[in-house]
Design a protein around this ligand. Structure first.
Ligand code: 5GP
Length: 209
């Protein structure tokens, strides 16, 4: 069995990454979503172990010491990190694993695992982004400002992503994302076991003649 693909989804806060990933998971069954640990507090409706593992700063630092993360980063005053064990186990089982993480984390993962595929999700324009953040209504004005400020920095990093997804139509975005992951599966570099098997089998035929 080929190992799964590590799919990294980053994008501006308010770009609709969460909705996109949720829709993708509902439609296709071969994806596993990695649940991150964070020191930020739960928003209304969020549950420990479902959206995030909510940790105190001490607990988070202990996990860093134990080497429990593939990567971690600080984002607008809080820590966020990707637990290693789940990702490794799911990839080995042939499942495509989604990491919904910010840009510094994405770069750290790409350095360690160059075969990961990086997507950057953006709304069609900056006004749309601001509107979406305000409409979400889960953050106060200061936090929205910090997140837009962070967005300005993140915009500079968009070029480091392999694929840009402009999220103006959720349906299309889901299909595009899934289509690209399927195309990645077809890459010869990801099918080396098959390539070797075919070559070996042909040799056996030739010897038999
Ligand atoms: P939020 O607080 O809106 O849930 O997430 C804030 C940002 O942190 C988002 O850009 C999200 O993708 C990112 N994030 C979530 N989990 C992780 C993680 O494990 N590592 C990193 N580096 N970023 C994360």
């Amino acid at each position: 069995m080929n190992s799964g693909i590590l799919v990294i989804v980053s994008g501006f806060s308010g770009a609709g990454k969460g909705t996109l990933v949720k829709a993708l998971m509902e439609r296709y069954e071969n994806y596993s979503l990695s649940i991150s640990a964070t020191t930020r507090s739960a928003r209304p409706g969020e549950e420990d172990g479902r959206e995030y593992f909510f940790k105190t700063e001490d607990e988070f630092k202990e996990m860093i010491q134990e080497g429990a993360f593939i990567e971690y980063a600080r984002y607008v005053n809080h820590y966020y990190g990707t637990p290693k064990a789940y990702v490794q186990q799911q990839l080995a089982a042939g499942r495509d694993v989604i990491l919904e993480i910010e840009i510094q984390g994405a770069q750290k993962v790409k350095q360690q695992m160059p075969e990961a595929v990086l997507f950057f999700v953006t709304p069609p324009g900056a006004t749309e982004l601001k509107n979406r953040l305000e409409k979400r209504g889960t953050e106060d004005a200061d936090t929205i400002r910090s997140r837009l400020q962070r967005g300005c920095e993140e915009a500079k990093g968009m070029d480091q992503y392999e694929y840009l997804l402009v999220n103006d139509d959720l349906e299309k975005c889901v299909e595009t994302l899934h289509g690209i992951v399927q195309a990645e599966h077809c890459k010869t570099a990801r099918q080396q076991r098959f390539v070797r098997k075919m070559a070996e089998e042909l040799q056996v035929f030739m010897k038999g003649e």
